[in-house]
Write a protein that binds this ligand. Structure first.
Ligand SMILES: Nc1nc2c(ncn2[C@@H]2O[C@H](COP(=O)(O)OP(=O)(O)OP(=O)(O)O)[C@@H](O)[C@H]2O)c(=O)[nH]1
Length: 529
């Protein structure tokens, strides 16, 4: 309904009120109609146009029914007044249907029908008015609240509302269809679409459409908020990850001196861009704006990370080359150290060997006797020393020369080595003096070994071809063992040496053993040959 029609409706309302007032002047204020007359009086006072109009008509219709049933004496007078009012009403702006009805009524009035017939016609006309207006009120009431139509400025009318409802419904369907494409699995949106599609035009359509639209809007707002939250969360994640990356970059920076400057630049630039991103994100309030922002941010971050990655690759290449070079240097140094170690080992071994005889030397003896003594202390197995000195060696040197003397010493060293066990140890202690360490050997057993060696030496023959002579030699032996009383290596050696000198004193070529605090010469006949 256009605003023009609304104005017409208002005017009709005013006219009706006026007509009813005239009628009320003649209406009884007591009796069966009094209640309805009072109701109409109250309704007329109200300024609620649509409501009042329809209500008046209803009340009027009810009163008319009562009129039909009651025989009033002044019916004719009322009819005359009513006729005048209807005539007057017929000259006012009415809708075409209403005007048609009024004209029909006037035609009947003019034909001077009996009062009862005229009133019946008037009643029918008013009934028509009542139905027409009641329908109007029905469609209006769903969209127009009483307070909305209370003022003359209100321009809302039923037809407008009807059209608006249809349009709104259509819009809701279109919007929810589009949303269904975007959110195909969203139950709420598909529910709205179903509801909007199934709404039938008629009573309450407008409010239903408004309600659907409101629910859709609220839900959309919620979705946007959710997406906004998710987006912010995503940005926060990106931010956190990048800050982590930057902190790691700082660690890398410390490690890689060569690329320190470039790392600083990249880190600084990334931190600045991230700050900008955060500030921008807070000022964005549309979903598309946020999406674009994320897109831009991600591409910026990717760019920064790529440039950082390129620099790191360059650093890595440089480091790899340096590492390779260092590795080869370490390898060659390691080889060199290995060689030195071997040489050192050889030198160490050599330093313990007597050059002339190739058996152990005095240093070798000292190292070995210390080890054996420790072992003796732990195991308490007997440990014995045998000292051997060539008799009158000076005369050999003097008679045959120093070189022959060396040969004799060499031969003696090899002979001694040959006649001892692998676990024993022989060394040239100095000059023509030799020492044999005999682990796990009692004094008596050592004496037996000494006698055996003495026999071997006595049988050695050195043929001096040039001089056509055979050289023979003898040795003197001193034997002593480790004990509680004599447990120091030097003391035991000295004791054995004493025994040796005792043997020299006893005429050489004999064995003297330190036993029970005495130096005892081993009887010659007991010697084993
Ligand atoms: N050829 C040679 N002679 C050495 C070596 N070391 C020591 N001599 C000699 O050995 C001799 C030892 O003589 P002395 O200490 O008097 O002893 P000795 O002649 O064996 O007499 P007694 O030991 O008392 O039987 C010295 O003439 C040293 O020069 C050596 O490596 N080679």
């Amino acid at each position: 309904m256009s605003s023009q029609d609304l104005q017409a409706l208002k005017r009709t309302n005013t006219e009706l009120k006026r007509a009813i007032r005239h009628f009320l002047e003649a209406a009884p204020n007591s009796g069966p109609l009094a209640v309805q007359v009072n109701n109409i009086k109250e309704a007329i006072k109200s300024n609620e146009a649509m409501f009042t109009f329809a209500s008046l008509v209803e009340q009027y219709a009810k009163m008319k029914k009562n009129f039909d049933n009651v025989d009033y004496q002044n019916q004719k007078k009322d009819l005359a007044k009513f006729k005048a009012i209807v005539k007057k009403t017929g000259t006012r702006n009415l809708s075409s249907n209403q005007l048609e009805k009024v004209e029909t009524l006037l035609a009947e009035l003019n034909t001077a029908q009996p009062a009862h017939t005229v009133l019946m016609s008037a009643g029918q006309t008013i009934d028509y008015f009542a139905t027409d207006l009641s329908n109007l009120r029905e469609s209006s009431s769903v969209v127009v609240k009483a307070e909305d139509v209370a003022t003359d400025e209100t321009g809302v009318v039923a037809a407008d509302v009807h059209l608006a409802s249809k349009k709104l419904l259509k819009d809701v369907v279109v919007v929810s269809k589009q949303l269904t494409k975007t959110y195909p699995n969203d139950e709420f949106i598909s529910g709205i679409l179903r509801e909007a599609s199934s709404v039938k035009e008629g009573k309450g359509t407008f409010f239903t459409a408004i309600n659907l639209l409101e629910r859709t809007t609220t839900y959309l707002t919620l979705l946007i908020q959710q997406e906004r939250c998710a987006t912010e969360e995503m940005l926060n994640d990106i931010h956190a990850n990048l800050m982590n990356a930057i902190s790691q970059t700082c660690v890398v920076k410390k490690l890689v001196d060569s690329s320190q400057d470039s790392c600083d630049k990249v880190s600084q630039s990334m931190a600045n861009e991230l700050q900008n991103m955060e500030v921008k994100a807070k000022s964005i309030d549309t979903l598309s704006g946020m999406q674009q922002h994320i897109k831009d941010s991600v591409s910026l971050i990717a760019k920064l990370m790529n440039s950082y990655s390129d620099e790191q690759k360059q650093i890595h290449r440089t480091n790899e080359a340096t590492i390779q070079e260092l590795t080869s240097q370490i390898e060659s140094t390691s080889n060199f150290v290995d060689q030195l170690e071997k040489q050192l080992n050889v030198a160490e071994e050599t330093s313990l060997i007597d050059e002339l005889t190739t058996i152990g030397n005095r240093k070798g003896y000292v190292l070995r006797i210390n080890d054996e003594r420790k072992h003796w202390q732990i195991t308490k197995q007997p440990l014995t020393l045998m000292v051997i000195d060539v008799d009158n060696f000076k005369s050999i040197n003097d008679t045959y020369g120093h070189s022959i003397g060396d040969q004799v010493l060499k031969c003696l060293g090899q002979t001694l080595k040959k006649h001892i066990r692998n676990s024993d140890y022989v060394a040239r202690f100095g000059g023509e003096e030799f020492v044999i360490i005999l682990p796990a050997t009692e004094i008596d057993r050592a004496v037996q070994i000494g006698q055996k060696i003495q026999g071997v030496i006595n049988n050695l023959k050195f043929e001096l071809r040039k001089k056509n002579k055979v050289l023979k030699m003898t040795c003197s032996f001193g034997i002593a063992g480790f004990s509680q009383k004599c447990s120091n290596s030097t003391d035991v050696f000295n004791l054995a040496d004493k025994a040796l000198y005792k043997a020299k004193e006893n005429g050489r070529d004999c064995i003297v053993v330190a036993k029970d605090d005495k130096l005892v010469k081993v009887e010659a006949e007991k010697a084993m040959t």
